[in-house]
Ligand binder design. Structure first.
Ligand SMILES: Cc1ncc(C[n+]2csc(CCOP(=O)(O)OP(=O)(O)O)c2C)c(N)n1
Ligand SMILES: [Mg+2]
Length: 292
């Protein structure tokens, strides 16, 4: 709200269960690729909270030395190879990583996360086709919030069903509940096992509710392009509450859950304060790390 982060910030609130569920079913260090809506992916990969805030505040200790910003978070040491502001662009990068894995004789799965908007780009279908043809182990994860900025799917997509269109390719296909980390984890585990066994790509379709505006920290129910969901629906689509209900069923107390929330809030405050106190990159960094 203070406009201290000089980078467009696309919040992942509502979609957290997708990277958390997918990555909890894959080996640590699995190669992943994502989009500008990448905060949950960065943290779920094991990217450190202090680095995360440093990058968002544009400071030197960030993984991109503060030059990448929110939309290009990466942490190759943790497997997160690249994310990008340009819709669809990391899909063929994931395909290349899976091609390299197959070329070296490995059976590792590479995961790529993208929105429902990216499937309207040719590169998605071309990458799916090549992965199916060459039996490459790419896990395509569609984070479907039903929106490309403010435009709903019914005004954009001509196929009857995305999963049926994808199922015409020689690949594994499944749909789950993108607000439920446990459901996402279990579906990912089953799909990754099948992909390792038989080879070939998988496609996970995971609907979720984007709780905030396209970019920025505010709710925008009054913007006129979608109605505010009922309180019951907002609760139903809240991945943190959903995970808390699972944990309660498993016997964890409210006090334990409150302690976790307090611990996380303290870690966030500490990391954000450290980032604000850290230096910016100097002019000598202007031409370093520039790849293209
Ligand atoms: C190649 C390209 N075209 C257009 C844009 C402008 N743009 C930015 S976000 C966005 C919507 C993408 O929607 P989706 O892929 O569903 O991701 P979401 O924001 O819903 O997570 C568009 C069209 C872009 N960044 N890149
Ligand atoms: Mg979308």
């Amino acid at each position: 709200m203070k406009d201290e982060m000089k980078t467009p910030v696309h919040m992942g609130v509502g979609g957290e269960a997708i990277p958390v569920g997918v990555l909890s079913a894959l080996p640590t260090g699995t190669k992943t690729f994502g989009t500008y809506r990448n905060h949950s992916l960065f943290l779920a990969s094991g990217g450190p909270l202090p680095s995360f805030f440093a990058e968002l505040y544009g400071r030197l200790p960030g993984p991109g030395k503060g030059k990448a910003g929110s939309m290009h978070l990466a942490s190759p040491d943790h497997g997160l190879m690249a994310t990008s502001a340009v819709v669809g662009t990391t899909i063929p990068l994931a395909l290349g990583a899976a091609f390299a894995e197959a070329y070296r004789g490995g059976d590792g799965v590479v995961a790529v996360f993208f929105g429902d908007g990216a499937v309207e780009e040719g590169v998605f279908w071309e990458s799916l086709n090549f992965a199916a043809l060459r039996r490459l182990r790419v896990l395509f994860v569609c984070e479907d919030n039903g929106l490309a900025i403010h435009t709903p799917i019914k005004d954009r997509q001509g196929y009857r069903s995305l999963t049926e269109a994808v199922a015409a390719f020689h690949c594994f296909v499944d749909s789950g509940d993108g607000a439920d980390a446990v459901d996402v984890r279990d579906r990912t585990a089953a799909m990754a096992a099948a992909m390792r066994r038989d080879g070939g790509p998988g496609f996970l379709h995971l609907p979720y509710l984007r709780a905030l505006e396209h970019v920025g920290p505010n709710e925008d129910w009054k913007a006129g392009y979608r109605p505010r969901p009922s309180d019951a629906d907002l609760e139903r689509w809240d991945p943190v509450r959903r995970l808390e209900s699972h944990l309660k069923v498993e016997g964890h107390s409210q006090a334990e859950l409150d302690a976790v929330r307090a611990e996380v809030a303290a870690a966030v405050d500490k990391a954000a304060a450290a980032a604000l106190a850290a230096p910016f990159a100097g002019p000598e960094e202007l031409w370093t790390d520039v790849g293209a």
